[in-house]
Design a protein around this ligand. Structure first.
Ligand code: SF4
Length: 389
């Protein structure tokens, strides 16, 4: 069992807070997508003989390229020998400004089973602040269209922790979302990533981020509202009705191997992590150069590669298991923690257990509701190094 990820690195507009790899220059679309098909061809054996149970088109904005281009990737998979399961989850990230009845029909026809909608807010002032390409009407209209389109599942993204956002405003955003009956929600707290337009605004003092306590109260409100509405809080930022959890993202958190295609895409084969360069023009050129050289059985210098890779050490494997596992409602299996991580950090574990933030349950370490506010900090306090042998 494994997953496939396609990074479609194009967007209509740059959102102020975004640090993903994307370009608003559409001139290279054809060339980048063609290089991605070549990468897929060259790497088709890497997942071995196992089945592909999830496929995810992320970005960037996959809905910003034509449905036919997305369909080409899906159509290529059986031709290249990928054994895609009949009930595979096939997700497409889409923005409200790309949602039309025709696109929804086409996406279903080419095999998309799940739409992930970048809604972010139902307020025009907030959408303008974030630099989004859509407005509140488009957000609402697109949700109604997706709900009627008959996909196996769908989800929306919302952002909280915005400057001057009150608890009442966030509560109202959740009410609007829940009134539209989505079966899954991803809700993210706004963070200021380095070298983004938002970071620049904060440094210049044009934007003031809210206090941690405000963001924390909004997270509590989120947990309460979603729980009351019958959603499972199965990962810090993710809430799903039973049967609607994201299978693709769950497999990342469980350490399932996946193949990532496209500029900036990451791959993991169970022991090695590999990541592609985050530059459309250089990626495109390097993919073809490497593929041509491999055809001629020529040696490829490390500097010619379009990727970097590292073999994970025992400490890195342990720390990744902590970082991802503790974010999930299932927690992390203690058996996955190498280098005796628990014994090494027994005082931290005891401290978090006695403060009611961490539980030891059925051979797993699980965060409590209180602990979910500090998931990354608790995980990093339990980290090990390779010297801990
Ligand atoms: S649409 Fe998504 S990927 Fe593109 S800039 Fe906005 S947040 Fe980033």
């Amino acid at each position: 069992m494994s997953g496939l990820y396609f990074h479609i690195p194009f967007c209509r507009k740059a959102c102020t807070y975004c640090d993903f790899h994307f370009s608003t220059n559409q001139e290279y679309q054809g060339r980048v997508l063609s290089a991605m098909r070549r990468e897929l061809l060259e790497r088709r054996k890497e997942l071995g003989a196992g089945t592909v149970s999830t496929i995810y088109f992320g970005g960037g904005t996959p809905s910003h390229v034509s449905w036919a281009d997305i369909g080409k990737f899906i159509g290529l998979l059986p031709e290249l020998g990928f054994n895609v399961e009949a009930d595979a989850e096939v997700t497409l990230e889409a923005n409200p400004d790309d949602i039309t009845e025709e696109n929804l029909v086409r996406w279903k026809e080419i095999g998309i089973t799940r739409i992930s909608l970048g809604t972010q807010s139902f307020r025009d002032d907030r959408l303008r602040f974030m630099g989004r390409a859509h407005d509140a009407d488009q957000a609402l209209r697109s949700i109604s269209l997706i709900a009627k389109a008959g996909f196996a599942s769908w989800t929306i993204d919302l952002i909280y922790g915005l400057p001057q956002m009150t608890l009442a405003e966030w509560d109202e955003q959740l009410t609007i979302a829940l009134d539209h009956g989505m079966p899954h929600l991803s809700a993210y707290c706004l963070t200021v990533e380095p070298r983004t337009a938002l970071a620049h605004q904060v440094i210049k003092g044009v934007v003031h981020m809210p206090a941690d306590d405000d963001q924390s109260a909004q997270f509590d409100c989120l947990m309460e509202r979603m729980e009351a509405a019958g959603f499972d809080h199965y990962e810090i930022s993710n809430f799903g009705k039973p049967g609607h959890w994201s299978r693709h993202n769950t497999s990342y958190w469980e350490g399932v191997p996946y193949l990532g295609i496209g500029p900036s895409a990451h791959s993991f084969n169970g022991s090695t992590r590999r990541w592609n360069m985050a530059n459309n023009a250089r990626y495109t050129e390097a993919v073809h150069n490497v593929a041509n050289k491999m055809r001629e059985s020529e040696t490829i210098d490390t500097s010619e590669r379009y990727w970097e890779e590292e073999l994970l050490t025992a400490a890195q494997r342990t720390n990744e298991a902590l970082l991802t596992g503790l974010r999930t409602s299932a927690g992390v299996a203690i058996a996955r923690l190498e280098l005796n991580a628990l014994a090494r950090n027994s005082s931290s574990v005891e401290r978090y257990v006695s403060s009611g933030q961490l539980l030891l349950r059925d051979g797993r370490l699980v965060l409590t509701k209180a602990g979910r506010h500090f998931a990354d900090r608790i995980a990093s306090d339990l980290f090990v190094t390779d010297d801990d042998r």
